[in-house]
Design a protein around this ligand. Structure first.
Ligand code: NAP
Length: 246
């Protein structure tokens, strides 16, 4: 149970982030549903959380912008007094084979997926250090563990998230702050909707448990890492991928 805890989940209006927000709220955390462009979706997530008996608020911020992240976290701390859980979920893809990948597509993916996580952690850690407590959970990917053809930018960003998680876990452990990553496999969301049926079939063949992941599969792992049950776990990467990365 996360009663009395406040969680900030980035990119929580839809997809995996929405499921994470809903699950944290179902476990009694107050959830700040961050979004960038999808205002209606974020407000819908807040409504669904409230309809289920939880509590939440939506907040717009582009996580790839360092100063915007500082403003968001400063304003949230002013309003809510504390934040206890940070989930870096916001992410994008710009898939292309290396020889055709544009520089801006590399930069955009690194900027959101890796620098976005750095931006929120950098600003939030100030408060977590003062509190001498905090849980940070970064969403990586099987693509950052195994590498994936056509995703040099994405795989690099998600491998970077793992390095960031481990380095920051070492730096903040002395102050009671846990930093972990969750690495989903192939999960049905708008991000993977764009894949062709052929690619989806190939991916399915690579999953030992024989089914695609659901957003709730990822959310359950995040809630566990955010809970006191995971107080002695830090610097870890929890693969939630049906065995893809074995
Ligand atoms: P999705 O359905 O495409 O949702 C992406 C989310 O990220 C949206 O809520 C979006 O919000 C948000 N976002 C993107 N850029 C942002 C920015 N600059 N600032 C704030 N929010 C931003 O993707 P998903 O499948 O749920 O993926 C969620 C996370 O899981 C990502 O980190 C992804 O890399 C990771 N993941 C997904 C899979 C999979 O199979 N689906 C597998 C492994 C890892 P707006 O709409 O408001 O921009």
């Amino acid at each position: 149970m996360l009663t009395g805890k406040i969680a900030l989940v980035t990119g929580a209006g839809r997809g995996i982030g929405k499921a994470i927000a809903m699950d944290l709220a179902a476990n009694h955390a107050f959830v700040i549903v961050n979004y960038n462009g999808s205002k209606d979706a974020a407000e819908q997530t807040v409504s669904e959380i409230k309809a289920a008996g939880g509590d939440a608020a939506a907040y717009q911020c582009n996580v790839s912008d360092f100063d915007s992240c500082g403003n968001m976290i400063g304003e949230l701390i002013k309003e809510y007094k504390h934040i206890d859980i940070l989930v870096n979920n916001a992410g994008i893809t710009r898939d292309e084979l290396l020889m055709r990948m544009k520089e801006e597509d590399f930069d955009a993916v690194i900027g959101t997926n890796l620098k976005g996580a750095f931006n929120t952690i950098r600003h939030m850690s100030r408060y977590f250090l003062k509190q001498r407590a905090g849980k940070i959970i970064n969403i990586s990917s099987v693509s950052g563990i195994l590498g994936n053809a056509g995703q040099a930018n994405y795989s690099a960003s998600k491998a970077g998230v793992i390095g960031l998680t481990k380095a920051v876990a070492r730096e903040l452990a002395g102050r009671g702050i846990n930093v972990n990553a969750v690495a989903p496999g192939f999960v049905e969301t708008e991000m993977t909707d764009v894949l062709s049926d052929g690619v989806k079939e190939d991916l399915l063949k690579q999953i030992p448990l024989g089914r695609v992941g659901h957003t709730q599969d990822i959310a359950k792992a995040v809630t566990f890492l955010a809970s006191p049950a995971a107080d002695y776990i830090t610097g870890q990467v929890l693969s939630v991928d049906g065995g893809m990365a074995i």
